[in-house]
Design a protein around this ligand. Structure first.
Ligand SMILES: [Zn+2]
Length: 371
């Protein structure tokens, strides 16, 4: 079968995001299933629509996925509804799940109605996607690994399970008070990081001596851990899209896949989670998901894509993370300002496109451990 997965660039400055589209065909390109997985920021969403128009030449999107409600993933999806017919939407709708979480989050002063309002106002872009889907009578599929009754070929929802999702939801920023995550999100820590940036010390890293460590389970936000993880199986070629998932979400997803008898360490394509941040991945989960380190100069058997902004360094992608993937037999490609395509032989050529240069193994990585 034929397939192509496109990662489009998001963000001009340091902030990254995901805008991904893909299509696949069982009949040598006569008919295609077309999907969108996150739309990045508003600008990225417009480029995404142009890209689909130009290269997929279709006015129909078979499925649109909003992995999680953060702005760098959800806001670009809005314009897709203006330009295409959408068959179905895969997302989570926290404002519809109030009954499930109310008893766990309420101190008695919050009514169900006000909790619902908070969940709507806290996630304006995801709610906009929800409203547009309803306006266009597009069915919304609540994407959980224990709810696989969608009609999308080749796709398994690899995570989250509905119970794991609800555990994350009760810790969403829209429900809890200001947390460290919120402060980070507001740019306070980023500001401090900026100041520290000038003074980065570089330390050496070798193939044998890994500097990446397992992150603490709570260092990535609940919103990120709540995100939809997708597994496409294109006739045995397995492609894992991770969104901004952190280690707990990836572990939960690995448990699910193993429970389904799906062999791990057998992917041909993996998205490095959360734009290549080292807060979301560590040696243990990598060993489990993609395998142990291999001898240097082993030919890569896995392609890893990272959605990272042009000026995302040193955070996106983190060099220790890039090295960790390469060390485990991967070829790592980052968007960093231009669209990147992963595709099967036989997909149409694109004029002006050349083979992407993979990232190198870095012999020096940042000493600073605070991002
Ligand atoms: Zn993100």
């Amino acid at each position: 079968m034929l397939y192509e997965i496109d990662f489009l660039p998001v963000g001009e400055g340091e902030s990254s995001g995901d805008a991904i589209c893909l299509r696949y065909s069982f009949d040598q390109g006569v008919n295609w299933d077309v999907g969108v997985v996150d739309g990045g920021t508003q600008d990225a969403g417009e480029s995404l629509c142009n890209h689909i128009d130009k290269y997929y030449k279709t006015d129909k999107i078979n499925f649109l996925v909003c992995t999680h409600p953060d702005q760098d993933h959800a806001s670009g999806l809005v314009c897709v509804f203006d330009n295409f017919t959408v068959d179905q939407v895969l997302m989570h709708c926290p404002w519809d799940y109030v009954d499930y979480i109310y008893d766990y989050v309420s101190d008695g002063r919050v009514t169900k109605e006000s909790l619902k309002k908070r969940l709507i106002e806290g996630h304006p872009y995801a709610y906009k996607v929800y409203e547009l889907a309803n306006q266009h009578s597009v069915p919304i599929f609540h994407a959980f690994s224990d709810n696989q009754n969608h009609s999308i070929p080749c796709l398994s929802i690899a995570g989250p399970s509905s119970s794991f999702y609800l555990q994350q939801l009760i810790n969403f920023r829209s429900i809890t008070d200001v947390t460290e995550d919120t402060i980070r999100e507001m740019g306070l820590l980023r500001g401090i990081m900026e100041a520290a940036k000038k003074a980065i010390n570089w330390i050496s890293e070798t193939w044998e001596e890994e500097k990446l460590v397992d992150p603490a389970p709570d260092v990535t936000s609940s919103e990120n851990n709540s995100g939809i993880i997708l597994l496409f199986d294109f006739e045995g070629k397995k492609k894992l899209l991770t969104g901004d998932a952190g280690v707990p979400a990836l572990e939960q997803s690995a448990d699910y896949l193993e429970g389904q008898g799906i062999v791990l360490q057998d992917f041909s394509f993996v998205q490095a989670p959360h734009h290549g941040s080292k807060r979301n991945i560590g040696p243990s989960i990598l060993n489990r998901l993609i395998g142990e380190p291999v001898p240097m100069d082993t030919a890569p058997n896995l392609t890893v894509f990272v959605s990272a902004s042009k000026e995302g360094n040193p955070k996106h992608p983190n060099k220790r993370v890039v090295n960790a993937f390469i060390r485990r037999g991967s070829k790592v490609v980052a968007t960093q300002g231009s669209a990147k395509r992963h595709y099967s032989p036989g997909t149409p050529d694109r004029e002006g496109w050349s083979t992407a240069e993979p990232l190198p193994f870095y012999t020096e990585v940042e000493e600073d451990d605070n991002d």
